[in-house]
Design a protein around this ligand. Structure first.
Ligand code: COS
Length: 380
């Protein structure tokens, strides 16, 4: 097991989450994938068990868990159901701009209800024409008295339309590039906020991915995060931290696939012996386990850098996300191979794990963007 510097209390909490995931989340995973419905019951469970409170400071109603404990919780949930782990990951993602840039009044207003799980959060950066090139966004925010008027739309927003609290990025000054982007807290009930298309996806099916449409959407000026023009930096610093959670999600999926492949290889008999007795299978399992462990070290290391208050962890969070998600794709692919025909069928979770793993190479910055972030930091 990888080195993990967490307190005894956090160790007990992670142990409890591991059991909860096995007993309550695992039995729901196939059905969630099949119906594609958001698992409100599991969101409630995470709220009741204070799991959604983990990323939030105690002074705002959270339990102030370390970043390492947060990513370990995401990992444990992901072993059984990536959709469920995403509820925690996106609660952190959507709220991070408020934690990083919000003033006291904004934190007091929004964080306690996110920590209790009464409200959920979403992060709106991506647009139809602006993915990797986040600065190419078109959504505009124009100040008019004591409100900003937002016009435009966001695409592929996780929890889009379900979340009460949305961190939305929009252009306030089109003349100055990334320095003209600002961040806002937009509530679902604000006039002019609407939900557009709901996407049909390959994996993480129970998680709602939606378009958000702003038509003269009225956002009070008090909901501007930081100052005008600081939005791009708020968005990128948010992603620097929350990408570790996506690495953890990939890690958990890969661990789940490895667990499955090991169990299957021991009980599947061909040519009068368990297939685990074949060196060809053993070598595959050994490689899979090593990839999982190396991913874990990168993910935990990046999280510990955050906990130690190190400032320049962005390179390491990008490495953790990129490496763990690329390995998760390989490990889930190998798990299917070990399960053979059964691996290809929905009777076993291997094929779901592979479909779920795929998104971890794409969201919160494609792995090509992660390489760019790492290389820029290396070469600067
Ligand atoms: N944290 C804070 N600020 C950052 C930053 C970071 N990690 N990286 C860059 N910046 C700042 C720069 O310092 C620069 O500020 P100044 O204008 O004061 O110099 C500003 O942001 C613009 O930086 P840059 O010129 O590097 O911006 P680019 O348009 O070249 O974009 C990338 C940089 C590609 C890194 C950015 O667009 C990106 O991360 N894209 C991926 C977006 C993404 O992850 N989308 C997924 C959405 S969530 S599912």
């Amino acid at each position: 097991m990888a080195i993990a510097h967490i307190t005894e209390d956090e160790k007990a909490l992670i142990e409890a989450i591991r059991e909860l995931a096995l007993e309550r989340v695992a039995p729901r995973a196939a059905e969630i994938d099949h119906t594609g419905e958001f698992p409100w019951d599991l969101k409630e469970l995470l709220a009741q068990q204070d799991i959604l409170a983990m990323p939030f400071p105690t002074e705002y109603g959270g339990i102030g868990a370390s970043e390492l404990a947060v990513v370990m919780a995401i990992e444990e949930l992901s072993r059984h159901c990536a959709t469920t782990s995403l509820i925690l990951a996106v609660q952190q993602l959507g709220a991070m701009p408020i934690l990083l840039a919000g003033n006291e009044q904004q934190k007091r207003k929004y964080i306690p209800r996110l920590a209790s799980g009464e409200w959920t959060a979403a992060f709106g950066l991506t647009e139809a024409g602006s993915g990797s090139d986040a600065a190419a966004m078109q959504t505009r925010a124009v100040r008019k008295g004591d409100t900003y008027i937002l016009n435009g739309s966001k695409r592929f927003i996780t929890n889009g339309g379900l979340a009460q609290v949305n961190s939305i990025f929009a252009i306030t000054d089109p003349q100055v590039g990334t320095r003209g982007i600002s961040a806002f807290i937009v509530e679902r009930d604000f006039p002019g906020f609407a939900v557009g298309r709901i996407e049909e996806k390959m994996g993480i099916k129970g998680s709602q991915t939606a378009e958000l449409i702003f038509t003269d959407c009225e956002v009070p000026t008090e909901n501007l995060l930081g100052r005008e023009g600081e939005g791009f930096k708020i968005a990128l610093s948010t992603l620097d931290q929350t990408r570790i959670g996506i690495g953890a999600q990939a890690l958990g999926i890969a661990q789940g696939a490895l667990d499955l492949a090991v169990a299957y290889a021991k009980q599947r008999v061909q040519f009068d012996k368990p297939i685990a007795e074949n060196q060809g299978i053993q070598f595959m399992l050994a490689d899979m386990a090593t990839k999982v462990e190396a991913s874990r070290l990168l993910v935990y290391n990046a999280a510990e850098m955050v906990d130690r208050g190190e400032e320049h962890f962005g390179r390491y969070s990008a490495m953790a996300k990129m490496y763990a998600s690329d390995r998760a794709m390989e490990v889930t692919n190998d798990a299917i191979q070990i399960l053979g025909g059964y691996g290809y069928m929905k009777e076993y979770p291997a094929e779901r794990m592979m479909r779920d793993a795929k998104i971890t190479q794409i969201y919160e910055g494609t792995n090509q963007i992660q390489r760019l972030v790492i290389a820029r930091d290396l070469l600067k």
